[in-house]
Design a protein around this ligand. Sequence first.
Ligand SMILES: Cc1cc2nc3c(=O)[nH]c(=O)nc-3n(C[C@H](O)[C@H](O)[C@H](O)COP(=O)(O)OP(=O)(O)OC[C@H]3O[C@@H](n4cnc5c(N)ncnc54)[C@H](O)[C@@H]3O)c2cc1C
Length: 250
Amino acid sequence: MTDNWDVIIVGGGNAAFCAALAARERGLSILMLERAPENESGGNSRFTAGAFRIVYNGVDDLRVLMPDLTDAECAISDFGAYTRDQFFDDMFRVTRWRTHGDLCERLVTKSYESALWLQSKGMRFQPIWGRQAYKIDGKFKFWGGLTVESWGGGPGLVDQHNSIAKKRGVELRCNTRALSLIYDGHAVTGVRVKHNNAMHDLRAACVVLACGGFESNPEWRTRYLGPGWNSRKCAAHVSTRATACEWRST
Ligand SMILES: Cc1cc2nc3c(=O)[nH]c(=O)nc-3n(C[C@H](O)[C@H](O)[C@H](O)COP(=O)(O)OP(=O)(O)OC[C@H]3O[C@@H](n4cnc5c(N)ncnc54)[C@H](O)[C@@H]3O)c2cc1C
C-alpha cells in the first residue's frame, strides 16, 4: 500500500468527495482520510436533506438534471423557476449583505452546472416532493427555490459519493484521523494521521482540508452564533475541534 499520493483530502463529506472527483478527473492519485468508521462516515453531509439550491429557468432545466422525471410527474407539478436574481437576493437577505462577493457569485452562477457535473459523475437527483412542495388544486407547487435533492437525501448523498469514488479509483481510509500537516519549512508535504492507535506519516504533493466548517467547533459556535450553541450536539464536533486546534498549532 503506497503512502505517497498526488493529493490527500482530509474529510469524507460532500466537500471532500467533490474535491476528490475534481482532482481525479485530472488523472491524479487521491487518498481521502475519514476520521469516522465507514458506517458513520460523511460528517454533517449525512445528516442533511441532501438539498441542492440551484438556478433553473423552468422544468426543461430540471429534466436535464433529473432524466427520471416522467411526463405524468411533470404534469402534476409546478416547479416554477429559481433565477440568478432570486438566488442572489436570497444570499443577500439571509447574510444581511455580508456574503463574500466572489464566492457568492461563483456559488450562484455555477450552481446549475455544478449539479450537472456531479450528475455526469453518476450522482442521481430527485425533486424534494416531501419537504418543498404543497398540493394546491391538484398540483404540487414548489416553494423557496429549493427543488432538487440527491436521491436518498443526506444518507443517499454520502452513499452515492462513496460508490462513485470507489468506481473512479479514489481510496477512502476510514477510522483515520488527521492530526497535523507535515511541513518541511517550504511546503506542506503530507499529513500525520492516527489509525489503529498508531501514528503514520502520509506524503502528498497537495493536501486539501475538507474536514467540516466552524459549526463543528463549540467555541466558535458560541462566539458567532451566541450563548447556548456550545452545548448543541453536532456531527464530528469532537474531531473537528481537535483538528482546528492542531492545525493552528502546526
Ligand atoms: C441538520 C442539517 C441539515 C442540513 N441540510 C442541508 C441541505 O439539505 N443542503 C445543504 O446544502 N446543506 C445542508 N446543511 C449544511 C451542510 O451540512 C454543510 O454545509 C455540509 O455538510 C458541509 O460539508 P463538508 O464536507 O464541508 O463537511 P462535513 O459533511 O461535516 O464533513 C466533514 C468530514 O470531515 C471529517 N473529519 C473531521 N475532522 C477530521 C479529522 N481530523 N481527520 C479526518 N477526518 C475528519 C468528518 O468525519 C467528516 O467526514 C445542513 C446542515 C445540518 C446540520
